[in-house]
Design a protein around this ligand. Structure first.
Ligand code: FAD
Length: 485
């Protein structure tokens, strides 16, 4: 089944509990802090369901058509199709939605390609396969919270006071399921989603058995509260003044569970700390999910490159050879991420048996490159903007007053563009480099896949060190201690 945007928005009217500070949000589809991005999510669903996009955005299995990101790739061409689907979704938000509906769905799809990695008795492969079919067949929007809260790092502090350690854990097992309580960070997109996958992508200590729960819950399950960070749309005056924050703030929420019941059918791993992490890396799960991240980042780089070019043209600096060199450098950067994405497909791995996976080392190289360089790319745009972003009036209400509007048109026009067009461009650039929305994206791009040392550990793990060491040995085997002359 392919759901429409309208159907998705209706699915959000389910009594979920969301707070912005002390304010309880009744309806994310109409609340000023969320409604713009809710429409964006609906637009993604409509784009997928549009018959004109049938071949790019869907595939057929079990007699029905499904969203392309549920495709378990068997060939290089299947991987290409997945990438093109991700790209079309990412283009719709200009790369601003990291956890669009294709992100966690890709994690689940990748895991479902190697169910034997979910080893009994602490993992439940059948539940995972049923869940894959459930979200595929219902076109469900799933997000995840797979990192313990920072507050959980000193368990002794809580033990001494006889209060529970705040990280999410199983507090009870019943015949019909487990009961979980505690916090998990940081469910991006949860306010617009249907389901939240709970797990552990970062290794746990072996004795953290009760934290090792991997399961899925509905966003409206009793006992679940979503604590939203400050939405970027709060206090905005118009789309003109904050065009990215207006529509593309995907939201981030802390997940707070208070005795939430999870039926056994939705439990995938429990009581095994090692396995709760390994299910992502012993299957294509982590690779499929993070390939989407690379493709999404590429879309953002394309907008960034366009902004660099337009801003340079608007200030007239594009005529300066040194500025053209900067633009050339940015162009090379955009092409680099494109190359990294295509490389993951061209050098694909025939793994697991019968399936195809993106090249894992190149995918992790892409993740590392993206997280390490985003601030630098943004800084480049910031430099091109100069003080232009602050030459503009506070907001577009300046046009409401005929006298002010006349002055604005007279003094802010340049040979390159009229005053309103310039203002529109610089407001967009500011939402990319300087606004609250921009700041959240700086943080997101650094941490969305874990801190940098976590990402580099993935690269370390996936490297065939014997091959590289062998090269050194090979060179050294071609010469020896020189004979005494
Ligand atoms: C905007 C945003 C959206 C997010 N969305 C999601 C989401 O959808 N789902 C989800 O599950 N999570 C999400 N996260 C959470 C993300 O996974 C974590 O922020 C990330 O794993 C880093 O963990 P941390 O925040 O606890 O930072 P920390 O691990 O506390 O790291 C903080 C700093 O300390 C350094 N540091 C800490 N320990 C070490 C060490 N041993 N060696 C070297 N350096 C170290 C790190 O490099 C980093 O610079 C999101 C985060 C952000 C910022």
């Amino acid at each position: 089944m392919l759901r429409t945007g309208k159907e998705h928005l209706e699915s959000l009217h389910d009594g979920r509990v969301i707070y912005i500070g002390g304010e309880r949000v009744d309806d994310v589809t109409t609340h000023p802090a969320f409604r713009g991005a809710a429409q964006t999510v609906a637009a993604i669903y409509d784009m997928k369901a549009d018959p004109a996009n049938r071949d790019t955005m869907t595939f057929e299995e079990d007699g029905k058509r499904h969203s392309i990101y549920f495709l378990k790739a068997r060939t290089r061409n299947d991987l290409q199709r997945r990438m093109e689907g991700h790209r079309k979704i990412a283009e719709l938000t200009f790369g601003m939605f990291g956890r669009s509906p294709d992100h966690v769905a890709s994690f689940v799809t990748g895991m479902a390609m190697k169910p034997d990695a979910l080893v009994a008795p602490h993992a439940h492969a059948d539940n995972l396969l049923a869940y894959y079919k459930h979200i595929r067949d219902n076109d469900t929007y799933a997000v995840y919270a797979v990192v313990p809260p920072q507050a959980a790092r000193n368990p002794e502090f809580y033990h001494k006071q006889n209060i529970p350690v705040p990280t999410l854990r199983v507090v009870r097992e019943d015949d019909d399921g487990v009961v979980i309580s505690g916090m998990k960070m940081l469910a991006t997109g949860a306010v617009y989603a249907n389901e939240i996958w709970i797990g552990n992508v970062i290794p746990l200590a072996p004795d953290q058995k009760k934290e090792a729960i991997t399961c899925a819950i509905a966003c409206n399950v009793p006992g679940l509260t979503l604590w939203s960070r400050k939405p970027a749309a709060v206090g905005l005056t118009s789309e003109f003044d904050s065009p990215l924050a207006w529509r593309y703030d995907e939201s981030d929420s802390m997940l707070l569970c208070d005795n939430v019941k999870v039926p056994w059918e939705r439990v995938f791993v429990h009581d095994d700390a090692l396995l709760s992490r390994n299910v992502y890396i012993d299957t294509p799960s982590h690779c499929y999910g993070n390939h989407q991240s690379n493709v999404r980042y590429w879309s953002k780089m394309r907008l960034l490159l366009g902004l660099c070019s337009r801003i340079a043209a608007a200030t007239g600096a594009d005529q300066v050879p040194a500025v053209r060199e900067t633009l050339g450098k940015m162009s090379a950067i955009e092409a680099t991420i494109g190359g990294l994405v295509h490389g993951q497909i061209n050098a694909f791995e025939s793994w697991p048996e019968g399936y195809a996976c993106f090249n894992r080392r190149i995918m992790y190289a892409g993740l590392d490159w993206c997280t390490q360089n985003y601030s630098m790319f943004i800084d480049q745009l910031r430099e091109l903007c100069g003080g232009g972003v602050f030459q503009m009036p506070a907001d577009i209400s300046v046009m409401d007053d005929p006298e002010l509007a006349k002055q604005f048109a007279t003094y802010w026009n340049t040979p390159q563009a009229d005053s309103v067009t310039r203002m529109k461009l610089f407001k967009l650039a500011w939402d990319m480099v300087g606004s609250e929305f921009a700041g959240r994206h700086l943080q997101y791009e650094k941490f969305y896949a874990g801190a940098s040392f976590i990402i580099r550990n993935h690269s370390y793990r996936e490297t065939d060190w014997a091959a590289f060491n062998g090269l050194v040995d090979k060179v050294m085997s071609t010469y020896d201690v020189p004979a005494k002359r």
